[in-house]
Write a protein that binds this ligand. Sequence first.
Ligand SMILES: Nc1ncnc2c1ncn2[C@@H]1O[C@H](COP(=O)(O)OP(=O)(O)O)[C@@H](O)[C@H]1O
Ligand SMILES: [Mg+2]
Length: 275
Amino acid sequence: MSTPPETTRLPDPVATGTGQHGSESRATTQDRASGDAALLRVTGLRKTYRLGRVDVPVLHGVDIEFGRGEWIAILGASGSGKSTLLHLIGGLDRPDKPGNGKPRATIRFNARDVASFSHAELDRYRCRDVGFVFQFYHLLPELTVTDNVLLGAMIRHGRFGYMAKRADLRKAAADLLGAFGLKSRLRHKPSQLSGGERQRVAIARALINDPTLLLADEPTGNLDRKTGAAILDVLAEIRRERGQTMLMVTHDPEIAARADRIVELVDGRVVEASG
Ligand SMILES: Nc1ncnc2c1ncn2[C@@H]1O[C@H](COP(=O)(O)OP(=O)(O)O)[C@@H](O)[C@H]1O
Ligand SMILES: [Mg+2]
């Protein structure tokens, strides 16, 4: 599957709105006041899984900063904790609680600490600020391509908000899918698509709410090189146009080389791999 994108005109971000929430706009007053170039600052991040009675420490105190608009590639051996790191940053899981002389971890996003968010704040962060792309797509099989993409918008805007913006959102979804070469597939179900096409849908879903931060976990790891590269081309262009920050896990140095910066997870810590 290597159909080139049907259009190079990229869709506008949809309905970012004027927003009452600080996390809603890309540069809040607070950011400008602090002059903080970092979008994300992670300190002392530890994660230990518990299997029965056995502790499995994975992250041993990760410290790292990510600048606004940066594309960072995260390399690391299988099992080194790359997915764990992404899940913690995206608020899909919680870091270890402090104790035994180990301080509390912080994950500062726009100067607010994700690690101390309430459930409601986490929900809002996950659906407004962050876009997730998983290696295995995770599309809902019973929904059409368009509805898979719109799902995140429905959750974000709520039933009435979504209904009010429905026409604009449907157009935005169609534009995004068009940018990924899927214009003729809007009513298809995921089972009718190839792996590469499914991942394009999953990326469009991650982009529909115009998140500030894109978290992509081996997004092309399950695809052949040519298909993966074509998808990355479109994603890279949209990301650049929108000024989004992207953390992309990969085990492929060739893909990593496309990023602005490469970091590596080694022994549960982050090591800067190149400038
Ligand atoms: N939910 C979990 N419960 C227990 N162990 C886990 C869980 N998720 C990951 N692990 C373990 O943590 C380590 C790191 O996993 P992961 O973050 O998925 O690594 P990577 O993405 O770099 O391959 C692995 O040893 C894995 O088996
Ligand atoms: Mg992984």
